[in-house]
Design a protein around this ligand. Structure first.
Ligand SMILES: *[C@@H]1O[C@H](CO)[C@@H](O)[C@H](O)[C@H]1NC(C)=O
Ligand SMILES: *[C@@H]1O[C@H](CO)[C@@H](O)[C@H](O)[C@H]1NC(C)=O
Ligand SMILES: *[C@@H]1O[C@H](CO)[C@@H](O)[C@H](O)[C@H]1NC(C)=O
Length: 167
């Protein structure tokens, strides 16, 4: 069989479909690499996400409630401006900004890796715990045989925590 020009065109169309089905799609990339990162309290957290599609951020509770310290700017980037970027700026970082920061593609049609996450510690020697101490202890319920999570997240990875039972 001889090959004729239309084959090339067909291949291109096929590649296009292949791409939009998500099989070859690259996940979003964060400017801070690695699983975790530490910044000091009071500093500005700068995080950029670059991807092949429109994406959104998912943040810990404290910064997501703050419109004054948090700024997210979206812009076109990459070769010929065909990629999607967004930069997140969180000023005056505080202990309870500690947590997972992730960037994910908006489309649920994409099955491959569509999310990139980094855990940010806001190192604050004055606030070793993310959740504030209060005079009225929080009550946690545990079901028999179930799993119980005691909220005791720290603001720096080198803080050693021990659990004590007070009678
Ligand atoms: C974030 O960016 C701002 C402005 O460019 C800079 O002043 C600040 O030091 C950066 N923060 C960190 C933790 O590098
Ligand atoms: C986070 O901490 C700040 C300062 O300590 C406090 O004002 C704010 O209410 C806290 N936010 C949440 C969601 O706990
Ligand atoms: C947190 O900050 C304190 C004081 O600046 C410093 O001594 C310590 O090494 C920092 N911890 C980490 C894990 O960066």
């Amino acid at each position: 069989m001889t090959s004729f020009p239309p084959t090339g065109i067909l291949l291109l169309v096929f590649k296009g479909l292949y791409f939009s089905s998500g099989s070859k799609l690259k996940g979003p990339e964060l400017s801070i690499k690695g699983a975790q990162h530490i910044i000091r309290a009071g500093q500005t957290l700068n995080l950029t996400c670059r991807g092949e599609m429109v994406h959104s951020w998912s943040l810990p509770e404290a910064p997501s409630k703050e419109s004054t310290r948090l700024k997210v700017i979206q812009y076109a980037c990459g070769r010929n401006g065909r990629q999607f970027c967004s930069s997140l700026t969180l000023s005056r970082a505080q202990a309870n900004d500690t947590g997972y920061y992730s960037c994910k593609y908006a489309s649920s049609a994409v099955k491959k890796k569509t999310e990139s996450t980094v855990y940010i510690f806001i190192n604050d020697t004055g606030s070793p715990f993310v959740e504030l101490h209060s005079n009225i202890p929080k009550i946690i319920h545990m079901t028999d045989g179930g799993e119980m999570i005691i909220p005791c997240r720290v603001t720096a990875p080198d803080i050693a925590v021990t659990l004590k039972k007070v009678s």
